[in-house]
Design a protein around this ligand. Sequence first.
Ligand SMILES: O=C(O)CCC(=O)C(=O)O
Length: 388
Amino acid sequence: MFQDITKSIEACAEHYGESREAMKRYLTEGQAAAIALGNRGPAKFDDNGKLDASIREAYSKYGFYVFENTVSDEELQDLKAGIQEMRDNFPVSNGAKVDAQGRPALSTQCKMPNLNWAKPLTDPLGGTGLLNGRHQVKIFEPKAADSAPEFAPFILTGHLQFSDATLRAYANPTLLQIAAAINGEDFAPFHESVFFKDPGLGAAVSWHQDGDTHWDSPDFDEDIHGFNFMLQVHGSTAVNGVWVIPGTHKQGRIDIKELVSKNGSERLPGAVPLVCNPGDVVMCNRQLVHGSFANTGFETRVTVNFGFHRRASVLDVMGAGMHSAAAVYTAEFIHNRSRLLGYAIDARKQKYPNETPFNYAPLAGETYVFDENTRANITDYNLQDLSI
Ligand SMILES: O=C(O)CCC(=O)C(=O)O
């Protein structure tokens, strides 16, 4: 059973003027098509710890898989509380230095400007040169209510340094076992972010593919740019969720401008939304064409994102400079960035002592203790995101 979003579909469609009925149909049909695909269910492994072959096959076919009920209710409560704690420490307004209680605001001690705000219901990336221009077209920007604030929180990067709850979620042993199955036991980290899509405010993310570096590589294949886990704290719907075009992760770099122009609208054919309940985690290939519309519905979406790469995709590679300054990712650079997994695994062990912790091969023989000093050790860790 999924959230009933009938009212949100109506409210969303109302923004689209003469395309009202087309949008309504797109949302309704997209939702039904997503559920019918069959690429969803709990994580399953064989006796050797390998990801169930049918899951691997479905992920390869569509470019995404919805791992249902992967985060327990107890952990979801922990995540909700942790995310609220971060929000309580957001600056009072975009660019302010203090939070509502007068404390130094979240991320003010960081070199990286981690909290990104957006004007309500806009598409701040679409049609700009930001992130190497990967969001090629601007999509529709509905009008927000007159009572809406000037800016709303949009994307928070580097969240592992701000939240013990998201740090613990990062070490979920089921998810890390999946990462190892897809990218090999020596998999490397990528980048972490939280997407905030508040009802009536949440900004759009125009259609794009995430990968940047390896499109013309002689070793190009469907997994060379890695994947993102998208952990849904409140669920995800056709109105507030990410949409994807299944199979496009195998087609190389796609001219999205041309796709939209040929189609005559941004409602790209064949696309489906990521339909999830709270606690579901989507594994989404970074080469898949995807994007999200502004959240004109009534449901909140908060997605905790964290991605992983194959080691060979990043080792001694010059980064794309999208998530951090461009650099060559030496073995030492990658090892330093991987420390976060060491701290996360220990943080999780302390909270869930009865769970078997994930054994991350690249840190074998090293000891990481999560304690009151950890935060200082990991400030600005994401200046070393492995951006490809
Ligand atoms: O969560 C969203 O709305 C967009 C996510 C996205 O585009 C990404 O993670 O690359």
